[in-house]
Ligand binder design. Structure first.
Ligand SMILES: [Zn+2]
Ligand SMILES: [Zn+2]
Length: 353
């Protein structure tokens, strides 16, 4: 028995060594590369064979904290219905998470809550890669007057790149008219107003309280009769909580203010002036998670997702959140990058992956 075991181990070891050295063989390299490329191309460029428009997948392409040193994406959510993708915010480090999971040319529209960098930092690459991947229309970007500078600035910054690619590949392969983004601007109001509607989704916007940002937006999405509220960045505001009753999902930004105050104190004690000022100043434009919980008492809500947690996620903050929301009447999730939430048009079930 012992001899058989040793013999088997030797065979496995020999195969592993042979496999390792065969990776230097050009024939083996070409075979493996071809398989790798084929599976990746099929995933990214083939039309979806089983489009199911009765299912909405909410993909967290960015769940991070602003100006974070963590590898998380900043704010980004992709709403995927069949082969159509709708993106809300696209902060730094988030686009690659979209393109690793979905074909960027299928991005149908982008909605921007406001123009802080953690909500727009990857929009330039999103637009370029969508165009180069074969999008057949220019990207429409929806938002308040905040997005005019953003879209015009990025459109100009990438003009040289467009010229190079058009000269190189030709106008049929990369039609120049599809490259610049088109801003679709509206004047936001306290009550929800319809800003977008197609066969999949209805999107309403409303003002939130993110002073000194004057026109920061929250969104309410309708997928069939399912309602999803997105706070954007805001202090506690009635514009959000007056909509929560009967909603299926609330995605709210969150701050653990006790922890931010502690960070401010530590910065002061250690004479890190810039950190002290920053931690002090951000206290008044995000919602304390304790206040979020209080405002949800007696509300009929399916699932609360806290996204954009400040301070950045750490084991103590995660434990704090788990304890705080351990005894609530709705389901709770602290969002992490690559989380996928499935909502069904014809069922109240919500799946969290
Ligand atoms: Zn912000
Ligand atoms: Zn933010």
């Amino acid at each position: 028995m012992k001899k058989i075991l040793i013999f088997s181990l030797l065979i496995i070891l020999s195969l592993a060594i042979a496999g390792y050295f065969s990776l230097s063989n050009q024939f083996v390299q070409n075979f493996l590369l071809k398989s790798l490329f084929e599976s990746r191309m099929q995933a990214l460029f083939a039309e979806s064979e089983s489009v199911n428009s009765d299912e909405l997948e909410i993909f967290f392409c960015g769940s991070g904290s602003p100006l974070s040193m963590m590898p998380e994406g900043a704010q980004c959510m992709a709403f995927v219905i069949g082969s159509d993708i709708y993106v809300i915010d696209n902060g730094e480090n988030s686009f690659a998470k979209i393109s690793n999971n979905y074909p960027p040319q299928n991005i149908k529209a982008v909605f921007i809550t406001h123009a802080h960098s953690d909500h727009i930092g990857d929009l330039d690459e999103l637009n370029l890669r969508r165009w180069v991947s074969g999008a057949e229309t220019p990207l429409k970007v929806y938002g308040s007057s905040e997005i005019i500078n953003v879209t015009e600035g990025i459109n100009l910054a990438y003009q040289n790149d467009e010229n190079y690619r058009v000269d190189h590949h030709g106008v049929e392969f990369v039609p120049p008219e599809n490259r610049p983004m088109i801003p679709i601007v509206h004047k936001p109001t306290n009550s929800p107003q319809l800003i977008f509607e197609d066969e999949n989704l209805k999107v309403e916007s409303f003002l939130v309280d993110h002073h000194p940002v004057k026109e920061a937006l929250g969104f309410r999405l309708f997928f069939g009769n399912k309602k999803i509220i997105i706070s954007g960045d805001t202090e506690i505001t009635d514009n959000v909580f007056s909509l929560v009753n009967g909603a299926d999902i609330l995605i709210h930004d969150g701050m653990i203010k006790d922890h931010v105050k502690l960070l401010e104190k530590v910065a002061k004690e250690n004479n890190v002036y810039r950190a002290e000022v920053a931690f002090h100043d951000i206290l008044d434009y995000h919602a304390d998670v304790i206040d979020i919980k209080r405002n949800l008492e007696n509300k009929d809500l399916g699932l609360l997702i806290i996204n954009h947690l400040v301070p950045a996620k750490n084991p103590i903050g995660i434990r704090y959140m788990e304890d705080l929301f351990s005894n609530v009447s709705y389901d709770f999730l602290l969002a992490r990058d690559n989380d996928k939430i499935i909502v069904y048009k014809n069922s109240d079930e919500i799946i969290i992956n």
